[in-house]
Design a protein around this ligand. Structure first.
Ligand code: ATP
Length: 360
């Protein structure tokens, strides 16, 4: 199942011109405020008629301006999740789910509803009404309702933006399950680099209505041309597996054969984790440092050096664990004589890998 979007539209002061593919998994649309993310979501949902568009979902055409075909929103089989869950306030959770289920073009068996309820952890909420639920709980019900309605694509427009940090942490694992257990594409709008690193399988980066980067999340997120460089947003995504839990409270991860140590994680041995390592938390050294309290040292080769605003430079280092970014000063680059092809070491302080940035 995949979505194909070819879209051109001009508002008075703004134009979008893009062509991209959304595969299964979570594809994050990432870009500054005003780059066109919501416009793309609204075009796919059928909330406005674009000047030129061809949008198809696994070959099923939702919109084709040449052929003058424009399916109305309720015929698109697209589930939308916005900042506010938009549940029916007078219905219980069970009735809200049932509403979605009746929308489906096929009979959804009870067993499937029970599985969905279990996946989203909303079994204890079924008889409650939305106004008695937390924002995160409401969002989980909204996801369930969208999936039970037979949606073949989920559009999530900043679904966590209205939630506080605690509620975000509560709902992120459910989006991870959605990504890993349900074989439909999810197009997810976010501003948050940590959220992107944690959830995205694919990233599409937008700027001024155009795609400036597209592909596997770890590659796009470590591309200096795409990142909001010079901000706290720059950081790499590494994939690792849990290798061991040590008696001194540290968890050892293995990433491409390289070892990384973190404060204890609950994740069992053998399970995958994603790490986001902020560029500002990575120092560089030509020689492998010794006598240092930092436990995580990755050896690699400099593949790119990009200036950022002010005195900063972003160094891209290709290591066995994956691509790591380091934010250093121009002075350090000169002092170490760093150039493309130079071998050096990235030093990552154990504590700098924030728990919020760790996902399954
Ligand atoms: N109906 C409209 N009429 C005129 N201009 C519009 C309309 N809808 C959007 N725009 C303009 O298109 C641009 C992109 O808006 P859009 O909401 O798609 O951006 P965004 O990336 O989702 O931003 P944010 O992250 O702030 O939500 C903005 O400059 C906006 O003013």
């Amino acid at each position: 199942m995949s979505l194909h979007v070819d879209l051109k539209h001009r508002f008075r002061d703004f134009a979008v011109d893009l062509d991209f593919e959304v595969p299964e998994g979570i594809t994050v649309l990432f870009g500054r405020s005003g780059s066109g993310k919501s416009t793309v979501i609204r075009a796919i949902a059928g909330l406005f008629k674009p000047d030129h568009a061809r949008i198809s979902l696994d070959g099923r055409v939702l919109c084709d301006s040449e052929a003058k075909l424009f399916l109305p929103p309720h015929k698109r089989r697209v589930g939308t999740i916005f900042q506010d869950a938009r549940l029916f306030p007078h219905l219980t959770v069970a009735q809200n789910l049932d509403f979605g289920r009746r929308f489906s073009r096929r009979d959804v068996p009870e067993r499937e509803v029970a599985q969905m309820v279990e996946m989203l952890g909303i079994g204890a909420l079924l008889e409650r009404r939305p106004d008695g639920l937390s924002g995160g709980e409401q969002q989980r019900v909204a996801i369930g309702r969208a999936l039970l309605s037979g949606a073949e694509l989920i559009l999530a427009d900043e679904p966590l933006a209205a939630l506080d940090e605690g509620r975000k942490a509560e709902i992120l694992p459910y989006f991870e399950r959605l990504r890993d257990e349900i074989a439909i594409p999810v197009l997810y709008v976010s501003h948050s680099p940590a959220e992107v690193a944690r959830l995205a399988t694919t990233v599409i980066a937008l700027e001024a209505g155009r795609v400036i980067g597209e592909g596997a999340a770890d590659l796009v997120l470590s591309d200096p041309a795409v990142l909001p460089v010079g901000t706290a947003g720059a950081g790499a995504l590494l994939r690792a597996t849990v290798h061991a839990h040590h008696a001194d409270g540290l968890t050892e991860l293995s990433a491409g054969g390289a070892a990384l140590f973190l404060p204890h994680l609950e994740t069992p041995v053998g399970h995958p984790v994603r790490l986001r390592i902020a560029a500002q938390d990575v120092m560089l050294s030509l020689d492998r440092p010794t006598g240092l309290s930092a436990l995580n040292i990755l050896s690699g080769v400099v593949s790119q050096i990009s200036p950022t605003q002010g005195a900063g430079v972003l160094v891209v280092l290709d290591t066995d664990a994956g691509r790591v970014l380091s934010q250093v000063t121009r002075r350090s680059v000169a002092a170490l004589n760093l150039r493309e092809g130079v071998r050096c070491h990235a030093v990552i302080k154990t504590v700098s890998i924030a728990r919020d940035n760790i996902g399954a």
